[in-house]
Ligand binder design. Sequence first.
Ligand SMILES: Nc1nc2c(c(=O)[nH]1)N[C@H]1C(S)=C(S)[C@@H](COP(=O)(O)O)O[C@H]1N2
Ligand SMILES: [Mo]
Length: 382
Amino acid sequence: FVTGIIPVIAGATIPSWASAKESQQTREDNDFPGLITREKKPLNMEFPFPTLKNRITPNNQFFIRSHFNIPNIDAANWELEIGGNTNRVIKINLSELKKLPAKKVMATIECAGNGRANLAPKVKGLGWEQGGISNAEWTGVPLSVLLKKAGIKVGTVDIILEGNDEGMITEEPKSPGKIKFARSIPLNIAMQDHIIIAYEMNGKPLSAEHGFPARAIIPGWYGMASVKWLMKITASEKPFDGYWQTIEYAYWKRVEGLPTLTPVTTTLVKSEISRPVLFEAVPAGKPYQVRGAGWSGDSNLSKVEISTDKGNSWQPAKLIGPAIPFAWQLFEFEWVVPAKTGRYSLMARATDQNGKTQPMEHDLDRRTYMVNFISPIDVDVI
Ligand SMILES: Nc1nc2c(c(=O)[nH]1)N[C@H]1C(S)=C(S)[C@@H](COP(=O)(O)O)O[C@H]1N2
Ligand SMILES: [Mo]
């Protein structure tokens, strides 16, 4: 066990002294170098966003979001059951799953609570800053292949994905005793080709933290839908109203003007600056490379723009690499830092090909989810 390791980032510092200190104190081992611990039990760790260098997040740097303790699953005894409103109940083990035609999908997973720490006044819930998000290439079997094997009966509207982790929610609103983590997706989404039951992440078997032996990957949706430690898939004739789509991960959608609790689904357009970090000292009168990433669950990005004057004017950043559906895209921008010293406020604003762009403020109908408003990075030009 080595203490005192801080990831070395050219020209950058750790986001804040508090989070650096916290990650030093609570890290249990060297499995996740540099990750920021938000909670120890259950394990919740944030990707140190200022270290963003490559499009793919290494497996040991990928953020971890778990509601209960991580289950210890014996692959030899694991079976995935598919049933409910189906012609037959099928059970499939890991080696059978791996023999089915596989598909690779690159997908960025963002927790619906990412950026929650930026909300003012402070709110309850895990205080994710910038790193409740990561990107990987996943390998698995299209969910549609499994659903076709079981034979989905007419009248099915929802496909419920159930994990093997369980526990009790002891804060109000409490759960009715122990419950398993579960989430549903509509049947028409479930049948799309890119929805997969993944058993590999960046070419390696899933780790215990990320859902071993298999998990759902719902590209373009916030993370809660990508159920880990998958054990059961149920075709349902009614929309599923489980804990994590009514009480948590639900927002107030206006229906006929009336706020109606609705499950959180697709990831909103957003960008984050990885360089500079908040309150970084930037040398005056020299070029400085601003970096970050942008994404949208619904479509590819059309542009990311940067403002260095509190949003008065915007200039285009350069998008790096090809657009890949469901995967974030890195950007860079050469800032000609003024000779005049003082505090400057940097902002990034992503727009997607549907023309959707980031708002300036958080919409309270979203509660503490889907936080995609433009969040300035203040720096000191010295
Ligand atoms: N079984 C199960 N699946 C789960 C969760 C969980 O607690 N249990 N958390 C969800 C949430 S809220 C997120 S953001 C993603 C995070 O995936 P990761 O831990 O691999 O980053 O997993 C989702 N799948
Ligand atoms: Mo999440």
